[in-house]
Design a protein around this ligand. Structure first.
Ligand SMILES: *[C@@H]1O[C@H](CO)[C@@H](O)[C@H](O)[C@H]1NC(C)=O
Ligand SMILES: *[C@@H]1O[C@H](CO)[C@@H](O)[C@H](O)[C@H]1NC(C)=O
Ligand SMILES: *[C@@H]1O[C@H](CO)[C@@H](O)[C@H](O)[C@H]1NC(C)=O
Length: 136
């Protein structure tokens, strides 16, 4: 499975495709690491940049020292818990490494289900395309 890494600082996610192998979203903040997961408002950072991915790609979110969680949602509505899908490593905890794998095309949101974190900006939109669809 392709592994995708990046961070909120990726203003324009530069995607390099190597025929079904690995592709990496370039990031000025942490070109090699996972996406650091925190509340942008609380730490005075810009909002998470929208990302693009393909079905089968995975993105890792990491945090340490703060209570967060990671869920994948079909809705940008922070409190629409019926739309929240659990992800490996995404349980609410003071540290974690969550891996989100996109299994179908569409628009998805990775968000923190803890308290008001999502409404405070801890949410990232991903537009996921099928590898079978024409590349734009
Ligand atoms: C992400 O895309 C949505 C829809 O086009 C837009 O409203 C929003 O401002 C974008 N977010 C960022 C952080 O660029
Ligand atoms: C968000 O979802 C909650 C729970 O389903 C619902 O009560 C609320 O009306 C929704 N908000 C919006 C803006 O759709
Ligand atoms: C997350 O991954 C890092 C790097 O592999 C590791 O050092 C850390 O212990 C992991 N944290 C958790 C909570 O699994």
């Amino acid at each position: 499975m392709a592994m995708m890494q990046g961070s909120f600082r990726a203003v324009a996610l530069t995607v390099t495709l190597i025929a079904g192998l690995v592709y990496v979203a370039q990031s000025t903040a942490d070109p090699s690491g996972p996406i650091h997961w925190y509340i942008p408002k609380a730490v005075n950072k810009p909002p998470y940049a929208n990302g693009t991915a393909m079905v089968g790609d995975s993105v890792m979110y990491t945090w340490k020292g703060f209570f967060h969680g990671v869920v994948l949602s079909t809705s940008s509505n922070c409190t629409d818990k019926a739309a929240h899908m659990q992800v490996p490593g995404g349980m609410d905890a003071t540290a974690g490494n969550a891996t989100v794998t996109f299994k179908e095309p569409g628009t998805f949101y990775v968000l923190c289900p803890v308290g008001q974190h999502c409404s405070e900006g801890q949410i990232q939109r991903w537009d996921v395309t099928s590898p079978l669809s024409a590349e734009g």
